[in-house]
Design a protein around this ligand. Structure first.
Ligand code: SAH
Length: 307
């Protein structure tokens, strides 16, 4: 079961026109979609994208009670414009992104996302993709592995972990999640293992890299804004600081007029504000949501409106 995060907070801010066209770029099990549909009229359309076919099957099962026109699309939201165009849609009233993985994916040990289960080193959201966590762990240069673990996992023992992985794979390939956890355990000093699971950050880093999560986010944001009608809204729920920073900086830049360097006396950029930020500070889960759903712990919601 996937418990939707910041559900009412996101959906209530997203809907401006109940008859409009909405896109849920990360439909998952359809938690946000069902809530969104509840706020729309029967004239509305909701396009739902996910790059994971297994997840889409799950979403399909949860759609039975929905009376709006619902379109399910298998694809990567980094191609948002093209995916919508293929559905005959060129403008939308709202775009929702609820980033990261769903519990449905994490809890299925066979997908290899979890350091708690025993599974293959996979972590691909789109199983049609070639690159998996196995390739990263067994084939990427130690240096590059250390960079990924440091940058995407914000892991202070990245270098040691990459070293230990490189040593292990010289003897034999690292094939499963539990084998990787054992290697990470050897690399991380015992005093650092007290609070959180020592493999947590490395697994996050590998997942982000395998699925190019930050690249996809960077690509979708400008397309989403371009597709929005005037007054249309974009709502993004992030789960770690790297994602949140991308959204925050993008919203900020697009809400400004001139973005020329300060020292430049005359504006040459001709940049015009296209967004109004509706969440000066990100919306975070309430105490009760945090108590009910630990996965919401690091969630942040930012919403902006097209000018
Ligand atoms: N809002 C959903 C949960 C979404 S979890 C609910 O309440 O049920 C995030 C989902 O986004 C996952 O199913 C994942 O497969 C999908 N996803 C992540 N990155 C994606 C991308 N670049 N393109 C399409 N789907 C993506």
């Amino acid at each position: 079961m996937h418990v939707p995060v910041l559900l009412e907070e996101a959906v209530s801010r997203l809907v401006v026109d109940p008859d409009g066209v909405y896109v849920d770029c990360t439909v998952g099990a359809g938690g946000h979609l069902v809530c969104l549909a509840g706020k729309l009229s029967e004239k509305a359309t909701v396009v739902n994208i996910d790059k994971d076919t297994q997840v889409l099957e799950q979403a399909r099962k949860n759609l039975s009670g929905i009376s709006q026109r619902v379109i399910l699309v298998h694809g990567d939201f980094r191609h948002l414009r093209a995916l919508l165009k293929a559905c005959g849609i060129n403008e939308v009233n709202g775009v929702l992104l609820d980033l990261g993985v769903s519990s449905f994916q994490i809890d299925d040990a066979a997908r290899g996302f979890s350091y708690q289960g025993e599974g293959p080193l996979d972590m691909r959201m789109d199983t049609e993709q070639q690159l998996s966590a196995w390739h990263l762990v067994n084939q990427w240069p130690e240096e590059q592995l250390a960079e990924i673990i440091r940058d995407f996992g914000e892991e202070r023992y990245a270098r040691r972990i990459a070293r230990e992985i490189a040593k292990e794979r010289e003897i034999k390939p690292i094939n499963t999640t539990s084998e990787l956890v054992r290697v990470i355990n050897r690399a991380v000093p015992s005093q650092a293992k007290r609070d959180k699971h020592p493999a947590r950050r490395t697994f996050q880093a590998l997942r982000i890299a395998v699925n190019d999560e930050l690249g996809a986010l960077q690509e979708v944001l400008p397309q989403a804004v371009e597709l929005l009608v005037t007054g249309g809204r974009i709502a993004v729920i992030t789960f770690h600081s790297l994602e949140d920073r991308i959204v925050k900086n993008f919203f900020k830049r697009e809400s400004l007029g001139c973005v020329c360097p300060h020292e430049q006396p005359v504006c040459t950029c001709n940049h015009r504000p296209v967004l109004k930020i509706l969440t000066k500070r990100p919306v975070i889960p309430s105490e009760s949501e945090l108590a009910d759903n630990p996965r919401s712990r690091s969630a942040k919601l930012r919403v902006a409106e097209k000018l």
